[in-house]
Design a protein around this ligand. Structure first.
Ligand SMILES: [Zn+2]
Ligand SMILES: [Zn+2]
Length: 275
């Protein structure tokens, strides 16, 4: 999958987030247009399709992010519209339209702010299947965007500039602010790791968002235990009952180590995102 990212890198400082330079404004990612994709799975059992649109709408409504303008059903999909501006403070509001109210100085010694980047409002539409099922050919996208958090901020994959996997405490990781996000040179604020503003408020085991295949993402705990990569499959998920899906559903978990949110492709078939 990583080989699919080949656009010109726009480097602003050695800690700037550059992987997203593959995603230019006004482009559309369909999940299949940027390359041949990489089939990483061996297929699997087909799960029964269940319409979960009510669950998804309820989750976003309950969270209530004002920057998420609508969550609606459109045929077989759910459309989530958001401007991507986080609902928490960030050092990356410096120089933005919200600097006076949302800028905070990130005083952590480990933090190194990516120069030249700040938060901008970007009109996103995430289109996810309302009845997600396991895909027989697990694929990644050719772009960094893999989903959306309940607060309307995009979720990104685990890859940084040079198609390297982001590692804790080094490289691009140090530019993640106190809530785990940063903007790219395209000014699109996003999370590669757990959005801890959400899990601090809602709990480490809380539902935090959805990937483009329509399956939910939960925080790093489950039943009081910290989830590790060893507990999850190659796509970074598993199937259990959850608070929002009492009959059980496949879901992803965040982990403190790479790949953080999503593993080696989507468990289901990814929808699309546009901006
Ligand atoms: Zn990034
Ligand atoms: Zn779980």
């Amino acid at each position: 999958m990583k080989k699919l990212i080949f656009a010109t890198l726009l480097v602003i400082g050695n800690i700037a987030c550059t992987e997203e330079s593959t995603v230019k404004p006004n482009t559309t990612s369909t999940g299949t247009t940027t390359g041949t994709g990489t089939t990483t799975g061996t297929g699997g059992t087909t799960t029964t399709a269940t319409d979960y649109s009510t669950n998804v709408i309820k989750a976003f409504t309950a969270y209530g992010a004002k920057n998420v303008s609508s969550v609606t059903v459109d045929g077989d999909y759910i459309l989530i519209k958001t401007n991507g501006v986080p609902d928490h403070k960030s050092p990356y509001f410096k120089g933005s339209a919200w600097e006076s109210t949302l800028y905070v100085n990130d005083t952590r010694s480990s933090f190194k702010q990516a120069p030249g980047s700040y938060v901008a409002a970007i009109n996103y539409t995430f289109k996810i299947p309302k009845a997600p099922v396991e895909s027989s050919s697990k694929k990644t996208l050719g772009t960094a965007t893999i989903g959306v958090a309940l607060n309307g901020v995009p979720l990104f994959n685990q890859y940084a500039a040079g198609n390297t996997t982001i590692s804790v405490g080094t490289g691009e990781y140090v530019s993640f602010d106190l809530y785990g996000g940063h903007p790219s040179p395209n000014l699109d604020y996003h999370y590669h790791i757990e959005p801890n503003f959400i899990t601090t408020a809602k709990g480490s085991d809380a539902l935090i968002g959805y990937l483009l295949d329509g399956f939910p993402v939960y925080g790093s705990k489950e039943n009081g235990k910290t989830v590790t990569n060893a507990d999850l499959d190659a796509y970074h998920g598993h199937t259990t009952k959850t608070a929002e899906y009492p009959n059980g559903i496949y879901h992803y978990h965040t982990t403190s180590e790479a790949p953080f949110i999503n593993g080696n492709g989507f468990f289901g078939t990814a929808g699309t995102w546009t901006k």
